[in-house]
Design a protein around this ligand. Structure first.
Ligand SMILES: [Zn+2]
Length: 147
């Protein structure tokens, strides 16, 4: 049994109430072509169950999503579309550019000159080892409280 949400385009696609170009599907995930592709062959791996956040995805489903992305990457090699590399992109939360609030993993074929770019201004100052350790300690402490 899967959960559906009202007013969710991905739930509508999964329920066949909205059109999509389906690449593959199984009992846990659906793969569709992105309707606003960064490059030709840009796909989305979508869990069948409606969950909004990365942290909410059932671990077996999360593993299936990543395994599906591996298989899609192998399929991109030699399928005829430009493909010399792949980016997997997961946007978790509005601040991270999540636009559809049903979890999904982007599989983006890459090749030199494809125009895809992620820019960041925070990489100019390299933190000290002490700062890295302090940040890691905060995360380690939170990890210990999470199972
Ligand atoms: Zn949904």
């Amino acid at each position: 049994m899967t959960t559906r949400a009202a007013d969710c385009v991905f739930c509508d696609i999964i329920a066949e109430r909205a059109p999509a170009t389906i690449v593959a599907q199984d009992d846990r995930v659906l793969v569709v072509m992105d309707i606003r592709p960064v490059t030709a062959g840009h796909m989305l791996v979508i869990p069948r169950e409606h969950v909004r956040d990365l942290a909410e995805i059932d671990p077996d489903t999360a593993a299936r999503m990543f395994h599906t992305a591996q298989r899609l990457t192998r399929s991109l090699s030699g399928c005829g579309l430009p493909h010399e590399g792949t980016n997997l992109f997961y946007a978790d939360g509005e601040a991270a550019f999540q636009e559809v609030f049903h979890a999904h993993l982007h599989v983006i074929p890459r090749f030199p000159g494809d125009g895809f770019r992620i820019s960041a201004t925070g990489w100019t100052d390299q933190p000290s080892r002490d700062q890295l350790e302090a940040n890691a300690e905060l995360i380690r402490a939170a990890l210990e409280g999470d199972n």
